[in-house]
Design a protein around this ligand. Sequence first.
Ligand SMILES: *[C@@H]1O[C@H](CO)[C@@H](O)[C@H](O)[C@H]1NC(C)=O
Ligand SMILES: *[C@@H]1O[C@H](CO)[C@@H](O)[C@H](O)[C@H]1NC(C)=O
Ligand SMILES: *[C@@H]1O[C@H](CO)[C@@H](O)[C@H](O)[C@H]1NC(C)=O
Ligand SMILES: *[C@@H]1O[C@H](CO)[C@@H](O)[C@H](O)[C@H]1NC(C)=O
Ligand SMILES: *[C@@H]1O[C@H](CO)[C@@H](O)[C@H](O)[C@H]1NC(C)=O
Ligand SMILES: [Cu+2]
Length: 220
Amino acid sequence: MRLAALTLVSGLVAAASAHFHLQFPGPRGPFNMENELTFCDNYGQVTTNRTTFPLSGGFYSLTSEHPLWVLGVIISTVPDPDNFSDFKTSSGQEQLVVQYFETSGEGAFCAPIDIAAAGISGVKDGANATLQFIFDGGDGQLYQCADITLQANYTIPSDISCTNATKNGGVTVFSTGTVPTITASSTSSSSTQTSGASMRAGAGLASVLLAVGGVAFAMF
Ligand SMILES: *[C@@H]1O[C@H](CO)[C@@H](O)[C@H](O)[C@H]1NC(C)=O
Ligand SMILES: *[C@@H]1O[C@H](CO)[C@@H](O)[C@H](O)[C@H]1NC(C)=O
Ligand SMILES: *[C@@H]1O[C@H](CO)[C@@H](O)[C@H](O)[C@H]1NC(C)=O
Ligand SMILES: *[C@@H]1O[C@H](CO)[C@@H](O)[C@H](O)[C@H]1NC(C)=O
Ligand SMILES: *[C@@H]1O[C@H](CO)[C@@H](O)[C@H](O)[C@H]1NC(C)=O
Ligand SMILES: [Cu+2]
C-alpha cells in the first residue's frame, strides 16, 4: 500500500520535472525548472556574454526529457528583448527561425539552423540577436533564451557537441495546411506513465502551433 503510494508520487514528480535544457547556444542563466514555463526561463534581462553564432550553417542543441515534443525557435533583433512582442514583426507575426516541428526521443538533440534564410529584418553580419526556444512536451510551453552575436562564415568550435540520442524519431514540420496527427508509436519505455498525458496535450498544442505555423508560412 505504502509502496504503491510512493510509486505513484514518484511517477508524478518525474512527470512534473521533465522539461528541456538548451545546450548550445548557451542560455542566459542556470536552468530553473519552474521558471521554464515563463518568458526566457524568467531571465528577462539581456546578457553581455553573448555566444558568437553563424548567420548561416549553424546548429543548436538541447536535451529533451520528454518522449514526444514540439519545438520552434524565434528571434529578436532588439538590443534588450524582454517580452514576446520583441520577437514579433510589427504586424504581430512570430519571427520564426526554426519552423515548429514535432519529433520524439529523450536525450540529446542537435539540428541545423540557418538564421539568414528566415529573412528577418535586422539579421545581418555583426548584429546582436536573441534566440528563444519554445518547447512543449505535454506539460506546458517552455522557454529558454540565448543572446548571440551573428557572424557570417563563422564555424562553431569542434568541441561543441552535436549529437542525437539514438531514440530520436522522425520530424513533422508544421508548415502545411494539414493538422498533424500524433501517433502512439513514439513513446519510450521509461516514460510510459506520462505518454498518455503528453499525447493529449500534444494534440491540443499541435492545433495551436499549426495555426501559428500556417500564418508564418503564408507570409513567405
Ligand atoms: C553568461 O553569464 C551568466 C552569469 O554568469 C551565466 O549563467 C551564463 O551561463 C553565461 N552564458 C553563456 C552563454 O555562457
Ligand atoms: C552587441 O552586444 C555587445 C555586448 O552586450 C555590445 O558590447 C556590442 O556593442 C553590441 N553590438 C552591436 C552591434 O550592437
Ligand atoms: C516590450 O519591450 C519593448 C522594449 O524592449 C517595449 O518597447 C514594449 O512596449 C514592450 N511591449 C510589451 C507588450 O510589454
Ligand atoms: C538529429 O535529428 C534531426 C531530425 O531528424 C536532424 O535534422 C539532425 O540533422 C540530426 N542531427 C544530427 C547531428 O545528426
Ligand atoms: C563569407 O565567405 C564568402 C565565400 O568565401 C565570401 O564571399 C564572403 O565575403 C564572406 N563574408 C564575410 C562577411 O566574410
Ligand atoms: Cu516538462
